[in-house]
Ligand binder design. Structure first.
Ligand code: AMP
Length: 144
């Protein structure tokens, strides 16, 4: 399965991003409201300057206490963002996420962000693929 099929099945409508100047308190509120674990940080809305996940927030709270809620996300985010393309396979992305120990991957097309895939999306896609394979094999064995 390809990344573009996963985005399509999610009914993906682009990427939610925040400006580097957004405060950690605002980022936390967005993560909580949207029930997501990570956000792209982007000044222009098209290219990822960084990524912030709940794990980064836990780290900065542990290091600084509640005052970090006023920090700008640009000072806390991970700057070296790993992205993928629409034509990459779900298996390849899952391997990159496992090797890099992260769960969010922005998808780029022609230098612009067009979506984000999470490890949850990849697992869901794999489970549905396995279920279809199982049904097809059962059909063959039963002679349907
Ligand atoms: P996560 O597992 O996605 O919550 O993130 C774990 C750590 O990896 C955090 O420090 C994130 O900022 C970072 N991270 C998440 N996604 C990416 C990515 N696509 N590229 C680089 N770092 C990432």
């Amino acid at each position: 399965m390809l990344v573009q099929q996963i985005l399509k099945s999610k009914g993906s409508t682009g990427v939610i991003s925040v400006m580097p100047s957004a405060k950690i308190s605002e980022v936390s509120a967005i993560l909580a409201e949207k029930h997501i674990g990570g956000l792209i940080v982007s000044a222009d809305g098209d290219t990822a300057d960084g990524i912030i996940s709940e794990r980064d927030i836990v780290r900065v709270v542990a290091q600084n206490g509640a005052k970090c809620l006023d920090f700008e996300v640009g000072t806390v985010m991970t700057k070296n963002v790993k992205t993928c393309g629409l034509d990459e396979t779900a298996d390849a992305i899952m391997q990159r996420m496992t090797d890099g120990r992260f769960r969010h991957m922005p998808v780029e097309d022609n230098g612009k962000m067009v979506g984000i895939v999470t490890i949850g999306d990849l697992v869901a896609a794999r489970l549905s693929e396995l279920s279809m394979e199982k049904d097809a094999l059962q059909g063959m064995i039963m002679g349907h």
